[in-house]
Design a protein around this ligand. Structure first.
Ligand code: NDP
Length: 224
């Protein structure tokens, strides 16, 4: 039977490519939109989990992709932005995994891929909260890798570099993208599918031994 995959943030950008790639490879993919699963609202996450439990069918693979990156220097960070980033990027993935892992344990199989960021590896001004959430998310990956290894569940982080999505275009106006490209060893931004390929492999039966790792997909940017 086809494995069932949950992808958050599947409406656009990297998440959309992840959804498409899993489907192309024969997986059954659910990618709930914001109206079904609002990651900024804990009550929505709990309602979603109640529905999953009531259905009696869980997920074999979970990809926590949804993320927000609201840029500001520390003394200008707004409470609402702080709360949204913590909730969408960190707290909701934790709540989702807390609710979804029991099914994987029962099945003695699971793959979890958390989408981090190069800003969870290196730094840039204005990204303190975003970076904190991405560092935190990888902390979840490493701890769960240890907790869940005895159950056949492998947990990893994929940390994309600069990728051509709406988020990147919005956060890098003017000729900022051209400048970014000059700085990347392979000379261009990633296409979303290039991130999705790493996610698909790590989050599939093909991966049998990699767990607790952060795989950076950045065209060589962070090794400079
Ligand atoms: P986009 O901004 O293109 O898409 C963000 C996705 O997250 C959308 O599907 C959006 O849904 C969803 N989302 C945001 N807030 C909520 C919410 N409250 N509830 C449910 N869904 C929500 O992002 P990218 O594709 O660029 O990024 C995907 C992931 O990759 C993120 O975790 C990001 O931090 C990470 N990343 C991206 C990089 C890049 O260069 N693009 C670089 C490094 C990491 P909706 O359509 O409803 O808004």
């Amino acid at each position: 039977m086809s494995k069932r995959v949950l992808v958050t943030g599947g409406s656009r950008g990297i998440g959309k490519s992840i959804v498409e790639l899993y489907r192309e490879h024969g997986y059954v993919v659910e990618a709930p939109g914001r109206s079904e699963l609002d990651l900024a609202a804990p009550a929505s996450v709990e309602t979603f989990l109640d529905r999953v439990r009531a259905s009696g069918i869980g997920y074999d693979i979970v990809v926590n992709d949804a993320g927000v990156n609201l840029i500001n220097e520390i003394d200008k960070v707004k409470d609402c932005d702080l709360e949204e980033m913590l909730s969408v990027n960190l707290l909701s993935p934790i709540r989702l995994l807390r609710g979804l892992v029991p099914h994987m344990k029962e099945k003695h199989f699971g793959r979890i891929v958390n989408i981090g960021s190069i800003w969870g590896v290196i730094s840039k001004p204005g990204r303190s909260i975003y970076s904190a959430t991405k560092h935190g998310l990888h902390g979840i990956s490493t701890t769960l890798a240890l907790e869940l290894a005895p159950y056949g569940i492998l947990v990893n982080t994929v940390a994309p570099g600069q990728t051509m999505t709406e988020l990147t275009v919005r956060n890098n106006p003017g000729d900022a993208i051209k400048k970014m490209e000059e700085d990347i060893p392979v000379g261009r931004l990633a296409q979303p599918v290039e991130i999705a390929k790493a996610v698909l492999w790590l989050g599939s039966e093909e991966n049998t031994y990699i767990t607790g790792q952060q795989i950076v997909v950045d065209g060589g940017l962070t090794i400079k």
